[in-house]
Design a protein around this ligand. Structure first.
Ligand code: IMP
Ligand code: MG
Length: 198
């Protein structure tokens, strides 16, 4: 997509050098994944679990195209030191409210990069003895994977580039762009949105 037609997205658009996955492509793929989940989990009332905040948009869109009864819950994490982060160790700052023992749990992720964080969280959920535990990721960065994690549902493979939009942020901005885009190099230093947001 040419960036000159991005202006309808507001000032953010000036910081985007290229759209690599369009809004239409995302919505089409999310519908396909939702239909597959509805078939696979028929009669199982899955609990969809996401980690705040990046998964917000994907979770909302996915839930709306799932046609079977399901429940949703969220975890929130914060990183410890750099060293702890490199091992994937995170601190749980918000736990699930739904008990997941004997439930079919679908871990919904916006993006998997190294896989360290996800691996740590999956281990912690497995200890609660769910009936099943599977991963449903929208954006996968296979080149950077350090830990092999089976992905039951996968939306798109992404190149090993830093991207924003559809929940993914740079310093808490750009999450609300409905597509996946690359940031211009200067946007890391002097983003347009800071003129307004301070
Ligand atoms: P990892 O899989 O443990 O390396 O961590 C994945 C996390 O890194 C995601 O949940 C995102 O918060 C963040 N992340 C990875 N790649 C990107 C990106 O391209 N843009 C924005 N955030 C990203
Ligand atoms: Mg995430």
């Amino acid at each position: 997509m040419k960036t000159d037609i991005l202006t309808s997205y507001g000032d953010f658009a000036h910081d985007i050098s290229e759209v690599i996955i369009s809004e239409q492509q995302i919505q089409t793929r999310v519908k396909e994944i939702g239909a597959q989940i509805s078939t696979d989990y028929h009669g199982k009332c899955p609990v969809l679990v996401g980690v705040l905040k990046g998964v917000l948009f994907y979770m909302a869109d996915l839930l709306r195209v799932i046609t079977i009864p399901s429940e949703v819950d969220f975890l929130a994490v914060s990183s410890y030191s750099n060293e702890a982060r490199n091992k994937g160790v995170v601190r749980l700052v918000k736990d699930l409210e739904i008990p997941i023992q004997n439930r079919h749990v679908l871990f919904v992720e916006d993006v998997i990069d190294t896989g360290l964080t996800l691996n740590y969280l999956l281990r912690s959920l497995r200890e609660r003895e769910p009936a099943s535990l599977e991963v449903c990721v929208l954006f996968n960065k296979p080149r950077r994977r350090l830990i092999d994690i089976p992905l039951k549902y996968k939306g798109f493979d992404l190149p090993d580039r830093f991207v924003v939009g559809y929940g993914l942020d740079h310093q808490e901005r750009y999450r609300n762009l409905p597509f996946i885009g690359l940031l211009k190099p200067e946007a890391f230093q002097n983003p347009n949105h800071l003129r307004e947001c301070g």
